[in-house]
Each structure stands twice: as structure tokens, then as C-alpha cells.
Ligand binder design. Structure first.
Ligand code: WT7
Length: 657
């Protein structure tokens, strides 16, 4: 056994030297849906040989159809259509099929508010609330195909609003509550949303996030918004615009709990979720009805080995894809009990998650490496205060997990007995692609291990040739899968360009990876201009555009800087307009400007003023050099194309701040 490497090197380095293996615990495997590596391999091979037959079986087994499809897949690269001719409703699959059966009184959601209030909502109650809000939306004139934007705190009403949209066939677009007015407006404008659902505020670390005030700032620039529905959560005094703004509780009071689910075509849009790409403009990832639901249902069941009495806690915000797939659609479609928490992991103290686990006898925990690293920093005395013996399975997602964090999670949270599933996927993939199956796959700290049956990832070099085992390359997916994105909303050219132009006929993930001789995948992080800051995806160009929109800034370049807690931190190099003086105040003003343009999650950790940015002769900013400067390492790469060597020398000498 090799020892864990030092933590200062960044996760990629650590991952490369790790070779410990943890076989599935025997007790766990005995009861698991997939209980041996052989069983997994058989399934994977069968799916690989006849993907359509494989997905056809899954779709019949896991989904309730109003009308069965006639074609499994129509693949005209890069456009896939799955389960054509089929009709179904996602909300009916997530609610009615349980509410009308033996799970009627089973808790669907156990919700914990940050101030300490709690609610348990059964499948039957959730179906009623969803139907009621679906009728509210109908009353506001929302019909099939109209886009509804949701900008809300982590309260049950956010899940209710998502499912209400699905029930009537109105695609939703959830905008994370940490985004600014400007970011919200951009997203609403891009998809021409008709209704915005928000709240007076939300709780975060004891403070109120002014969601309604932000929403007002956005809606002023969004002529397509006809109505704003406002949930009362914090009792903040908020202005209501006559004829536009309505209180959720007032509208709901008069609405019926009877709303038959709309029969949707398999390929009807279910939701649009914006994510950052390598240009300044966020991409509207489109997911459609049947394929997405199948991906969510299938992977939740297999990866989390869901059983009837599990209590499943996913800590992600519904504003991100993890919250969509693994807090709302996946668990509910499977009839599971999902725990949802509103606030910060360190409020009122650093034991909050552990208290929730003890109070509700949580059996499965799904969280992010950045959170685990924060727990490590806070110390094991916090988890040790609570009884975590109900846990049987742990999961992580969002970024490569460094072996130190993996081992800590395994020992301190999992008591050494819980398998860990390190799940690799993306907003675009809709559902988990590469992950251990906890009863079957031997795990290795830092590796997402094997692809799920039906998923065919391959590591290629720049020219599209397979890379030998053990060597790094570009991660691609060779065959279409049901929960893949269908296009970018309103921009099919960008869809083709971003994901399909590099390797025609294959999906390019934007990640680097290597596969070892045992078939395990080791994800090495983004190879494009996308940053991963605390598991949140940010575009360097988007932050650069925010910076240059400030009058003092002439030019800006943003790169990631290795960070022990966040994975990557945001480092900005800025040149000023002539006449502008560098100062600490200006740094603060620029950081505040980025927060206003995008949101607090994009706040630069380091801003450095420089006379010039290193560029190639053709004028391209040499980001590789800036990354090295930000990381404080000597550039080992070729610098002969540098326009001006003195620029680099000057940057190296410059003070960090
Ligand atoms: C990017 C996708 C999918 C849910 C959360 C993020 C990175 C995600 C892992 C993992 C290494 C990971 C990749 C990917 N990523 N999971 N288990 N190991 N890297 O979704 O915001 O769409 O970001 O997150 O770089 O491309 P997202």
C-alpha cells in the first residue's frame, strides 16, 4: 500500500500516485442490486454489444409510459432522439405512481430549514402540492412549452415548482440563488421565460439572501416575464409590483389539488439548465423528457443501490444539475425518501450535516470533495459528536477527490464500513457516467473507476487515436446515451462546435483523463477554459468579460490557481486603462464588480495588476504561463513564442495579493 501523498501538490498529482484498492464490503455486496464485478461486466458487455436492446429493457422496466415508444433510438450525429412515439409524464413517474400505491404515506421529502424548522412531506402530499402549483401556473397563463424560471432558496417549494412545470409540460430553468441580478437576467432573456418564481429571501449562514430584490433588478430587463410568483420564506418586507407580482400562498389558496399530468412526447423539453463554457456566454443545456428521466432513474437506483427503506441525503443545491438529477428526479422517480437541507454546512455550527444524519437516520450521503476538505479542516470532533451509524454508502461528485479527502471520508464519516462512489458526470450528460457500483466495483481513492453499463467512454489523443492505458488524453464518449443533452437552447451551431467538432460522431467532454490497465478512469480535470471552483463550474472568459466591463480595466486574463480547499481558486491578471492607478481599493472594487455581474461564487481570490499580459505573436494570451505564474511554479513549457519576455519576468517578480 502506498501512503497518501502530500496535499499541497493539488489533486491531479496525488491521484496519479495512488494505488490502494478497497473491495466492496461482503455484507454490502450480498444485498446489492449488482453484487459482483462479473455481474457488472456481463451487463456492460451486453449493453455494449446491443445498446438499443439494453436501453429498451431499462426503459420498460423503470418508466411508466402512457403510450409505449415505437423506436428506441434515432441517431443522426450529433442529434439523438430516444424512445420516439412514446408518451409519458415525468411528474407522474416521480409522484403518482407512488402516491397511488403502497408508498402514498411514505416520506418523499424530509426538509430541514437553516433556522431549524423541518417538514416531512409524503408522496401523496407532494403530489397534491405539485398539482396545486401546476394549477397556479396554468392560472397565470402558462401552457405546454412555455419556459418558467425558478430563482429560489432550497425549500420544498423549489422541488414542487420543478415538478409542477413537468406536470404541465412547461420547461423550467432553475437559476442558482447565488447568481446576481445580471446573471439571472441573462438567463431569462436567453430562454424568453414567461413566468419567474422566486421568494422574498432565503437563509444562508444566518443571513437573508435578498432574492426578490435581485429578481426585481433582473425582471426590469426581461420583457418576456409576465408574472412573478413570490414565496414567503423569510418575512422580509419586499415591494410587490402591481399586476405583475403575486404571493405564492395567495395563489395556492384558491387552487385545486387536482391536475391531471400532461401526456408529453419523449423528446419534449423537460428543462434548460445554464452552465459555463469556454466563452463568456453561459450555455443553455437542454434535457428532454424520457431520456433524462431514464438516466436519472437508472443511475440513482444502481449507483446508490437504492432500497425501500433508504434515507438519502444529497447536499447539492437544486440550482445545479446534481440537485436536479439526484435530489429531485432520480430519488423521487425511484420512490425514495430524500433529505433536503436549506442552508450552510457550518450553521449554526460545523456539525450541521452530522446532526441531520443522526436526526433522520440517513443511510446514503452524496456530497462534494470541496465540502469534505472543509470538514477535514474543521476537524473530526464535529462528526464524532453524532451517531453516524445509520450510514451505509457515501458518494462524491463535482471534481477529482484527492486521496487524503477520500480516506478521511471513508474513515471519519463512513466508519471504514461504507463504500464510496466517486461519480463522474456533467450538466451535459444529465446523469452519472463513470462510477463504482458499490456492491461490485473495487474502489481506488481518486478514481471514478468504471463506466456504467450502456456508457462507452474512451481516452483519445488530439488526433482521435486511442491513448495507451496509463497515459493521459482527452475523455470522449463513443456512443449516444438517453440522458445526453440534446442541444444548446437557441444555439445548435455552438452545440455542434463545442461537443462534436473535435471528434466527429463522438461526444467530447472537455476533461482530461487516463485509464489504467484495470479499466479504471482517473479524471484529470478540464482541458478547456472552464474552472472548477469548489465544484462550481466557471468560465474564465465570463469573469474576464465582467472585469473588462469595469471602466478602469483595459485587459484581463483569468486562470485557475491550485487551492487546497476549493480545488481551484480564481486568479485574475489585470491591465489598467491609462491614467488609472493600481491600489488595494481598486482591487476591492473590481472584485465587487465581478460579484455584481456574476455572483459571489465568481469573486476573484487574487487580482494582480500588470503592465502587460504575455501574448503570442498572433496576440493570444498565453494562459499556460499565467497558470504557472499564479501557481508560483517555473514555466517549464516553451516560451519562445512570447511576444515580450520582459512581461513574464515582470509578472514573476510581482507581489501576490
Ligand atoms: C465537470 C462538470 C456533474 C455534477 C457536478 C458538476 C468535473 C464532475 C467529477 C468527478 C472528477 C469531476 C469535471 C466535469 N467533475 N464530477 N467525480 N471527478 N471531476 O457538474 O458543473 O457540469 O461540471 O465537473 O471536470 O467536466 P458540472
Amino acid at each position: 500500500m502506498a501512503s497518501a501523498s502530500g496535499s499541497g501538490e493539488g489533486s491531479i498529482h496525488s491521484v496519479l500516485v495512488e494505488n490502494r484498492v478497497f473491495p466492496p464490503p461482503k455484507d454490502f455486496a450480498r444485498h446489492a442490486h449488482i453484487s459482483s464485478l462479473e455481474q457488472y461486466e456481463q451487463l456492460w458487455n451486453r449493453a455494449e454489444q446491443d445498446p438499443e436492446a439494453f436501453w429498451d429493457e431499462r426503459a420498460r422496466e423503470l418508466i411508466d409510459w402512457i403510450e409505449l415508444y415505437s423506436t428506441v433510438l434515432e441517431w443522426t450525429p450529433p442529434h439523438a432522439k430516444w424512445f420516439l412515439g412514446g408518451r409519458l409524464n415525468v411528474a407522474a413517474n416521480c409522484l403518482d405512481r407512488h402516491a397511488d400505491g403502497p408508498r402514498a404515506d411514505k416520506p418523499a421529502l424530509i426538509w430541514v430549514g437553516e433556522p431549524g424548522d423541518e417538514r416531512t412531506i409524503s408522496y401523496k402530499e407532494l403530489r397534491d402540492e405539485v398539482s396545486r402549483f401546476a394549477n397556479v401556473l396554468k392560472g397565470l397563463g402558462v401552457t405546454k412549452g412555455d419556459v418558467v424560471a425558478l430563482y429560489m432558496p432550497m425549500v420544498p417549494e423549489l422541488a414542487i415548482a420543478c415538478l409542477a412545470c413537468a406536470r404541465i409540460g412547461a420547461p423550467h430553468t432553475v437559476v442558482f440563488g447565488g447568481f446576481s441580478s445580471e446573471a439571472l437576467a441573462g438567463r431569462i432573456q436567453d430562454c424568453s421565460a414567461k413566468v419567474l418564481v422566486t421568494a422574498d429571501g432565503g437563509y444562508r449562514r444566518g443571513k437573508v439572501v435578498p432574492l426578490k430584490a435581485n429578481a426585481d433588478g433582473a425582471v426590469d430587463h426581461c420583457p418576456t416575464i409576465e408574472s412573478v410568483v413570490v414565496l414567503k420564506r423569510t418575512a422580509e418586507d419586499v415591494p410587490m409590483v402591481d399586476g405583475r407580482d403575486r404571493w405564492w400562498h395567495e395563489l395556492a389558496e384558491g387552487a385545486s389539488t387536482d391536475c391531471p399530468p400532461e401526456p408529453m412526447d419523449s423528446e419534449d423539453p423537460l428543462f434548460i439548465l445554464y452552465t459555463s463554457g469556454s466563452t463568456g456566454k453561459p450555455k443553455g443545456i437542454l434535457h428532454t423528457t424520457a431520456g433524462y428521466l431514464l438516466g436519472a432513474t437508472y443511475t440513482t437506483k444502481l449507483v446508490f443501490d437504492l432500497k425501500e427503506d433508504d434515507v438519502y441525503f444529497c447536499t447539492a443545491d437544486i440550482g445545479w444539475i446534481t440537485g436536479h438529477t439526484y435530489l429531485v428526479y432520480g430519488p423521487l422517480s425511484n420512490g425514495a425518501t430524500a433529505v433536503m437541507y436549506e442552508g450552510a454546512p457550518n450553521f449554526p455550527d460545523e456539525a450541521r450535516f452530522w446532526k441531520i444524519i443522526e436526526d433522520h437516520k440517513v443511510t446514503i450521503l452524496y456530497t462534494a470533495p470541496t465540502a469534505i476538505r472543509a470538514f477535514m479542516k474543521w476537524g473530526k470532533q464535529f462528526p464524532q459528536r453524532h451517531d453516524l451509524s445509520s450510514l451505509r454508502l457515501l458518494g462524491t461528485v463535482g471534481e477529482p477527490i484527492n486521496p487524503e479527502a477520500w480516506i478521511w471520508y471513508h474513515e471519519t464519516i463512513g466508519g471504514g464500513r461504507c463504500p464510496i462512489v466517486d461519480t463522474w458526470w456533467q450538466t451535459e450528460t444529465g446523469a452519472i457516467m463513470i462510477s463504482p457500483l458499490p456492491g461490485a466495483t473495487p474502489t481506488r481513492p481518486g478514481s471514478a473507476t468504471r463506466p456504467l453499463p450502456g456508457i462507452v467512454p474512451e481516452v483519445l489523443d488530439q488526433s482521435g487515436n486511442p491513448v495507451p492505458d496509463g497515459h493521459g488524453g482527452l475523455l470522449t464518449i463513443a456512443k449516444p446515451w438517453p440522458s445526453m443533452l440534446r442541444t444548446l437552447w437557441g444555439d445548435d451551431d455552438r452545440y455542434k462546435q463545442t461537443y462534436w467538432s473535435m471528434f466527429p460522431g463522438r461526444y467530447f467532454t472537455g476533461d482530461g483523463a487516463r485509464k489504467d490497465a484495470d479499466g479504471n478512469f482517473w479524471i484529470m480535470g478540464r482541458v478547456d477554459d472552464v474552472l472548477n471552483v469548489s465544484g462550481h463550474r466557471l468560465s474564465t472568459m465570463e469573469i474576464e468579460s465582467a472585469l473588462v466591463s469595469h471602466p478602469a480595466v483595459a485587459e484581463a486574463a483569468v486562470v485557475g490557481k491550485p487551492d487546497d480547499l476549493k480545488g481551484q481558486a480564481v486568479a485574475a491578471f489585470v491591465t489598467l486603462e491609462s491614467g488609472q492607478q493600481p491600489s488595494e481599493e481598486l482591487k476591492k472594487a473590481l472584485a465587487a464588480h465581478v460579484v455584481k455581474e456574476i455572483g459571489a461564487l465568481a469573486r476573484p481570490d487574487v487580482i494582480r495588476f500588470t503592465e502587460a499580459l504575455p501574448k503570442t505573436r498572433s496576440g493570444k494570451i498565453m494562459r499556460r504561463l499565467l497558470r504557472d505564474v499564479a501557481a508560483g511554479v517555473d514555466s517549464t513549457g516553451d516560451t519562445t513564442t512570447l511576444e515580450d519576455f520582459s512581461v513574464l519576468a515582470q509578472l514573476r517578480q510581482g507581489d501576490e495579493s
